[in-house]
Each structure stands twice: as structure tokens, then as C-alpha cells.
Design a protein around this ligand. Structure first.
Ligand SMILES: [Zn+2]
Length: 147
């Protein structure tokens, strides 16, 4: 499986809207929850061996976009794509509290349901998972926010 196919498949599996053209794919961004297709996924024709270009025009870091899909930097290269489902715990999809909201695109619905959400044990578990996920671990990629 190519890096491109793997990333597009991961975007679709995450329930994001994806359109494909000859130039690559456009998708909603898994990192900032965009409604529009702000994410571009394309191979560099001058460097077919990679890395795959994964660019959010709203400014998300590639690392954040990949983390939102349970992927890592090595998944940008055709030769090192690992099979999803066999990923290590570090690479699992970051849980999002917004997963619990029926209409995550609608800002008002976030506000209205915030109180109800905070009382929900599943949401509280999500927050604990999130905190656990965000903890730096030895061997982590050293990037923004990781000491
Ligand atoms: Zn984004």
C-alpha cells in the first residue's frame, strides 16, 4: 500500500470528507475539525519516493494532522507504511471529546451541550485518555509541546 493510499484511507475511515483529483486529495482536516476541505494530500512529482505532502491550509502542523489519524511521519514514505490496526499504542488515534457530540461542526451545539457533556462519565474518561495520550514518553518525536 502506498503512503498516499494509506493516508486517504485513514481520512475516509475517520469519517472525513475526501475528494480526489489528478493532483491528489483534498479533505477535511482531522487536526482542527474543519468543515471545508483545508487538507491537501499529494505526492511530490519531483520526489516520488516521498515524503508525501500532507498540508493543512489552516496552519495545522503535519504532526498534528497525522496524530489525528493515528499515523506518524514514517507513514509519509511508501516503503515504511505500517498496517493500520497493528499500530503501537503511541500511534493510536488521539481521542477527541468532540467525538461525543452529534454535530461537531456546529459551534452552538458545542456550547449548549458543554455542561451536559462535562457530567458524562464517557466524556470524563475521554479527558483522562486525552491527558494520558498527551504525556511525553521516552523516545517521542521532539516537537511542539513535548519537552
Ligand atoms: Zn487543520
Amino acid at each position: 500500500m502506498t503512503a498516499y493510499d494509506n493516508v486517504v484511507d485513514a481520512l475516509r475511515t475517520a469519517g472525513l470528507k475526501v475528494t480526489e483529483s489528478a493532483n491528489g486529495a483534498r479533505s477535511q482536516c482531522p487536526a482542527h475539525g474543519s468543515r471545508g476541505l483545508t487538507l491537501a494530500v499529494r505526492n511530490n512529482p519531483r520526489n516520488p519516493d516521498g515524503p508525501l505532502h500532507v498540508t493543512c491550509f489552516a496552519g495545522c502542523e503535519t504532526e498534528e494532522v497525522l496524530a489525528g489519524l493515528g499515523l506518524g511521519f514514517r507513514d509519509l514514505y511508501d516503503g515504511t507504511v505500517h498496517r493500520r490496526g497493528q499500530s503501537t499504542p503511541r500511534e493510536r488515534r488521539m481521542p477527541s471529546p468532540w467525538d461525543l457530540i452529534p454535530d461537531p461542526d456546529h459551534f452552538a451545539s458545542r456550547c449548549l451541550q458543554q455542561e451536559q457533556l462535562e457530567a458524562d462519565p464517557t466524556y470524563q474518561q475521554h479527558l483522562r485518555d486525552l491527558a494520558e495520550w498527551a504525556k511525553p514518553r521516552s523516545g517521542d518525536f521532539v516537537g511542539r509541546g513535548v519537552a
